[in-house]
Design a protein around this ligand. Sequence first.
Ligand SMILES: *Cc1c(COP(=O)(O)O)cnc(C)c1O
Length: 391
Amino acid sequence: MIPYGRQSISEEDIEAVVTVLRSDFLTQGPVVGQFEKKLAEKISASYVVAVNSATSALHLACLALGVAKGDLVWTSAISFVASANAPKYCGADVDFVDVDPGTSNISIGSLRDKLETAYVSGDRLPKVLIPVHMAGHPCDMKEIFELSKQFGFSIIEDASHALGSTYLDTLTGSCAFSDITVFSFHPVKMITTGEGGACSTNNAEIAAKLQRLRSHGITRTPTEMISRTEGEWYYEQLDLGFNYRLTDIQAALGLSQLSKLSEFIAQRTIVSERYHVELSGHALQLPISFSDRCSSLHLFVVRTTDETGLERRRLFETLRSEGILVNVHYLPIYRQPFYANLGLYNPKDFPGAESYYSTCLSLPIFPGLTEVDQDRVVDVLGKPLGHQTIF
Ligand SMILES: *Cc1c(COP(=O)(O)O)cnc(C)c1O
């Protein structure tokens, strides 16, 4: 079996975890702080707040920006459902922006049109936009940032795929064009902590809010308290928070994994370059790259030329029957029954997402994918396609 993605765990990772198991702290303790500090350095952010998943990170990010009932949040039509679920947890209404089928990232043209249409017709504008860096390929953040100033919304980058990517000489997570950036440390993502996630921000107030919300809304910082502290035992609950804490066990794994991030990306780059060479003669559209940004290469998504979806199904089934666990990232969120049943969304409004969805296929890419296994993927994929040139 060859999965589309998987973790890469070394002996050092295992030792780091075992060291914590022998220590005094298992839940959030000193190692979580070390992990946050190291990640903040790595991505050039002022603050990092680690939590138990990217889903939790997205939820807290929405709360920290004040998202509540009656608010509107927009996200990308193509993403994992968590990008849309997080604002729903806050009671907000969610709408989707169409994607550019070439990158599967938010289309700036669609975003501008949707904002202008809402503005002109006096409809609600989004309070927050959640752009998603699909497959690790950074969105057009400069244009999104400019529109946020014009139309007055905040930005949460969903960088679950994109730790280690760069855009216009900025590191993803440095929040050069956003209020908060969110990462995932699920095993298929760029680095793993088992389950885990984080928010980065340059805003001290947002960081303090995120820290409180991940631990029941409680503060132990006297300057944040409403009353005067009554002693060492005293703490105050200021908001309705959660237990979204990461453990020191997980943070130790994360810290060890983080030291290998550039090596992981180098290995993904080799896999990607080999696919580009080996698949160049086939009737497939390969991932596109831009000179002003560098993808973390979380996914390697090829697209068929047939928009009916039949060709993609044929390839998917052929590869799966050979034990190659290709995948589809993702069904447009508005097609998920939970969202479709709201009766608010019409697939016709999302031609980019529909076109992308009917043609996309994620091939295996991860550090540790062997050349032998990759050659098998290329061989099995090549047979039903034949060697034809499209351009
Ligand atoms: C994986 C993923 C998430 C959720 O991450 P978890 O850490 O599993 O909660 C959110 N958004 C996107 C785009 C993802 O790929």
